[in-house]
Design a protein around this ligand. Structure first.
Ligand code: S3P
Length: 450
């Protein structure tokens, strides 16, 4: 079932090389945060390059429901007039975050230390995902939550009237949990301390500092310690959102597996907490080069060039790299199917609680395409079949998961027989221009009948 209207079945088949410039959309993580932090600043935040995918549009709508003024000026250009830390109004209706775990979890953090209530829901995928990982620490601030069995949406959060600051060791490597705690800490007096054993994406820390919050990070034997001083006045910012490395991963990986390809992806964010895929691909022998390295808006950025790589080798991906490439395992598993030898991905159990169980979704789909897979709860192993070696000729289930849909469509651009997905609709959550962009590079994609 699709949560996004009628399913859009789509088929990818082998064609000529992929070549040209792939201008992928803005970073999804940074886009959500730009809207949220703008809504909590006093005055006018201007954003360019915002991802206009459904996930981010749902967050924009939610910020309006909490009282911020959010205006769309033109392509990627937005203005947010914020209400200040602690200034959220109580929404008059249910907040529907669609497919977005980041949206719902970060917004829960933003409102949990204000004396208001809000009820959250989402599509079938989001309603199946665990929220306890966020509501447990929010309870320490004094917020209460009332959800379905297993801490699922729909869920009402009753914000704390007299929030207290919190010291919290994040039990799973999750930037969403870390961020929700920090955002709740914004409206608590005193210092909120978050400790993460493994470093996850740090856009929240970087951007909060940019908005004028007092926030420090240091490494300790316990892990990375982030200390935030509560109740700051956030100052509005001008934010240029870099292009999303997680979206760039699709044209980049497609170029690596389609013979003769040469694709340039300009201006992509290369924050080290996000760049694990590119290190992994280079270790496999991918022809990837970084050009024009620079800094834009507090984030490292580069132009990335990917060329067909006919002799990639399977490798062991170190488990400690997982947080820096957590969204990229689906497309890595596709590249692995076109490499020589086994690619072993360990420490990946968080993939099971994403928009879908991504290990199961990729394993079943790749098997249907003729690959050999091994898996356990925390491990995913793909036996490579070499360049051009994946048979294909199957339909994969996207399971309301944009990255699963895009991964199988990229696989179909290089497999012997076409590969279909039952529903490409969810791609609009993060990469609404995927279809025309890949076609402009030379990919053969067709909307098919179900
Ligand atoms: C995100 C964090 C990651 C990632 C998601 C975006 C964020 O989730 O998978 O796509 O913007 O903070 P977790 O923090 O749950 O691992």
């Amino acid at each position: 079932m699709s949560g996004h209207g009628d399913p859009i079945p789509m088929t990818a088949r082998k064609g000529g090389p992929l070549s040209g410039v792939a201008e992928v959309p803005g970073d999804k993580s940074i886009s959500h945060r730009a809207l949220l932090f703008g809504a909590m600043a006093v005055g006018e935040t201007r954003i360019t390059g915002l991802l206009e995918g459904q996930d981010v549009l749902d967050t924009a709508k939610a910020m309006r429901a909490f009282g911020a003024e959010v205006s769309h000026l033109g392509h990627g250009e937005w203005v947010v007039n914020g209400v200040g830390v602690g200034g959220f109004a109580e929404p008059q209706d249910v907040i529907d975050c669609g497919n977005s775990g980041t949206g719902v979890r970060l917004i829960m953090g933003c409102m949990a230390t204000s004396p208001i209530s809000a009820t959250f829901t989402g599509d079938a995928s989001l309603r199946g995902r665990p929220m306890g990982r966020v509501t447990d620490p929010l309870a320490l601030f004094g917020a209460r939550s009332y959800g379905r069995q297993g801490g699922r949406l729909p869920m009402t959060i009753v914000g704390a009237e007299n929030p207290v600051p919190v010291r919290y060791v994040v039990p799973v490597p999750s930037a969403q949990v870390k961020s929700a705690v920090l955002l709740a800490g914004l409206n608590a007096p005193g210092q909120t301390v978050v400790i993460e054993k493994e470093a996850t994406r740090d856009h929240t820390e970087r951007m909060l500092a940019g908005f004028g919050a007092e926030i420090t990070t240091h490494d300790s034997p316990e892990g990375r310690v982030i200390t935030l001083t509560g109740q700051p006045e956030l100052k509005p910012q001008t934010i240029a959102v870099p292009r999303d490395p997680s979206s760039a991963a699709f044209p980049v990986c497609a170029a690596l597996i389609v013979p003769g390809s040469d694709v340039l992806v300009p201006g992509i964010g290369l924050n080290p907490t996000r760049a694990g895929l590119f290190t992994t691909l280079q270790e496999m022998g991918a022809e990837l080069t970084f050009e024009n390295l620079r800094e834009e808006g507090g984030e490292p950025v580069a132009d990335l060039r990917a060329r067909f790589s006919d002799n990639m080798q399977g490798i062991e991906v170190p488990p400690e790299r997982a947080p820096s490439m957590i969204d990229e395992y689906p497309i890595l598993s596709v590249v692995a199917a076109f490499a020589n030898g086994k690619t072993v991905m360990r420490g990946v159990k968080e993939l099971r609680v994403k928009e879908s169980d991504r290990i199961d979704a990729m394993a079943r789909g790749l098997e249907a395409c003729g690959a050999t897979i091994e898996e356990d709860e925390d491990t995913f192993i793909v036996r490579g079949m070499g360049a051009g070696g994946l048979p294909g000729g199957a339909t994969a289930q996207a399971r309301l998961d944009h990255r699963i849909a895009m991964s199988f469509l990229c696989a179909g651009m290089a497999s012997q027989q076409p590969i279909s997905v039952d529903d490409a609709g969810p791609i609009a959550t993060s990469f609404p221009i995927f279809e025309p962009l890949m076609e402009s590079l030379g990919a053969h994609l067709a909307r098919t009948k179900s």
